[in-house]
Design a binder for this molecule. Structure first.
Ligand code: GSH
Length: 239
């Protein structure tokens, strides 16, 4: 059994989608970030960064005490290796896969994540675009996110998935970061046709839908409009 600590966040979705796709047994524990439920000594012992997601595997390969993993990229690798799936075989295919996987985790995720933060709907965090600083920062993050989506679109030209003909870990890392299109400054998928096809393909997978639904229990306390944007409700209209 795996304990999975997360919330309704893009990085948590990566872990939840992987657990669902791999069919591993797990228990989801929602840590409400807005209420600071991740800032406890118990959670600091799991993750010194005091962030989500975190997994604790009570039945690790080879036995022994539970294994705790934080950082969404590391969690994806751990789960895929445990299940023996979602990572291509063959040195060439693996090299290509890890290249795209790490681009998504280290670069794409960063660019869109910072944009999401700058674009936050909650008035407490929203940048004041009336100031030079606010406008410049907002433009900087927005342009970086849009550029990153265009790079992803270019990679997906003529492909069903990021690497090879099957879904891999790279796609799971990417869908977890792509979902709040609007919050990542993507108002429309016009001009991103390859990304739009891939996005529809990924979202139609039942395991992806189950992973995205984790923790969506109406108790987030987020404004309804923001929560709808967070989950890309009605994204088809942008396609
Ligand atoms: N690089 C980390 C980022 C984790 C992260 O930033 N988690 C956010 C939610 S997406 C969090 O827990 N924030 C709470 C806080 O910083 O207080 C990963 O990929 O897991």
């Amino acid at each position: 059994m795996i304990d999975f600590y997360g919330f309704i966040t893009t990085m948590s979705w990566r872990a939840g989608i992987a657990l669902e796709e791999l069919g591993l047994a797990y228990r989801f524990h929602s840590l409400h970030l807005g209420r600071g439920e991740h800032r406890t000594p118990e959670h600091a012992a799991r993750n010194p960064m005091q962030k989500v997601p975190v997994i604790v595997d009570h039945d690790p390969q080879g036995g022994g005490p539970p294994i705790t993993v934080f950082e969404s990229g590391a969690i994806l690798v751990y789960l895929a290796e445990k299940a023996g799936r979602l990572i291509p075989t063959g040195p060439r295919e693996r090299a290509e896969h890890w290249t795209w996987f790490f681009w998504i985790v280290a670069s794409f995720g960063q660019d869109v994540g910072l944009c999401g933060a700058a674009f936050h709907r909650d008035p407490r965090y929203r940048l004041d675009k009336q100031t030079d600083y606010g406008r410049t920062t907002y433009d900087f993050f927005t342009e970086a996110s849009i550029a990153a989506h265009h790079k992803l679109d270019a990679r997906l030209a003529g492909r069903d998935f990021l690497c090879g003909s099957e879904m891999t870990l790279a796609d799971i890392a990417a869908i977890g970061s792509t979902v709040p299109l609007e919050l990542h400054a993507i108002e429309s998928l016009d001009g991103l046709p390859n990304l739009a096809r891939w996005y529809a393909r990924m979202r139609s997978r039942p395991a992806v839908a189950r992973g995205l639904a984790l923790g969506r229990d109406g108790k987030s306390g987020l404004p309804a409009e923001y929560e709808a944007a967070l989950f890309d409700d009605g994204w088809e209209q942008r396609a």
